[in-house]
Design a protein around this ligand. Structure first.
Ligand code: DC
Length: 218
């Protein structure tokens, strides 16, 4: 790898992006930025403020411009408070998905993400990293998996964290989220033309990481 390396990882919900990106960052000893956590952090703030109407764009963007969203030691901070363990709920995911379709919200968060990528090597994961945030990243991967496999993984994750939901509900939500993320006007989820697509349906985490590393070393 050259001195500074940027790796973009995109893909639909539940494909394993975050787990893969985290493990890869550790293996390559570089930073990891979970951009979904930034959308979730802002969603958390709106929930805390009791805002449920996301159509007033000027009000939403004003709140965002007064918010401080940052990462430190792998944790996400909102206005100086570590909220990492409060943003992984289905409710916050759903609000995040809704506000992520507002182009003003995206522009604000994308600017922060691009700034972070200026100085050090990093792996960033999200929906628009290879297409919008880091179009010049040296390595781009699009992580995918069969929708039933993604739902099963999400179901098990929720169960492990004590938030059990019916499998059918989890599957339905994943299908809805795919639809919303892929059809929104502002930076829809889409594989960058120069990204390598990896289908993890039949791959373990270790196999996926090894595959990505072999591409990076090529
Ligand atoms: O990856 P995640 O589930 O934590 O992301 C939550 C929502 O945020 C997801 O529905 C889409 C949105 N998102 C986005 O639009 N762009 C990104 N770069 C990351 C997440």
């Amino acid at each position: 790898m050259t001195n500074k390396t940027l790796i973009a990882i995109d893909g639909p919900s539940g494909a394993g992006k975050s787990t893969i990106a985290k493990a890869l960052a550790k293996e390559l000893n570089i930073s990891y930025v979970d951009t979904g956590a930034m959308y979730r952090a802002f969603a958390f703030k709106l929930k805390e403020l009791g805002k449920t109407d996301y159509t007033n764009v000027s009000e939403i963007t004003e709140i965002l411009s007064e918010s401080d969203i940052s990462f430190e030691g792998g944790k996400i901070f909102l206005d100086g408070v570590d909220i990492s363990d409060k943003i992984r709920t289905e409710e916050i995911g759903s609000i995040a998905s809704q506000i992520s379709s507002i182009s003003e919200v995206r522009e604000h968060l994308v600017a922060i993400q691009q700034n972070m990528s200026k100085v050090i090597s990093m792996i960033m994961d999200g929906r628009d990293i290879g297409t919008v945030v880091l179009p010049d990243a040296e390595h781009k991967f699009y992580i995918n998996a069969d929708v039933n496999t993604r739902a099963e993984r999400r179901y098990l994750q929720l169960k492990e964290s004590g938030n059990e939901e019916k499998y059918e509900i989890v599957l339905k939500k994943i299908i809805e989220r795919d639809h919303d993320d892929m059809t929104r006007e502002a930076s829809p989820l889409k594989k960058a033309d120069d990204a390598i697509e990896i289908d993890t349906t039949f791959l373990s985490l270790e196999e996926t990481i090894n595959k990505i590393i072999s591409y990076i070393k090529e």
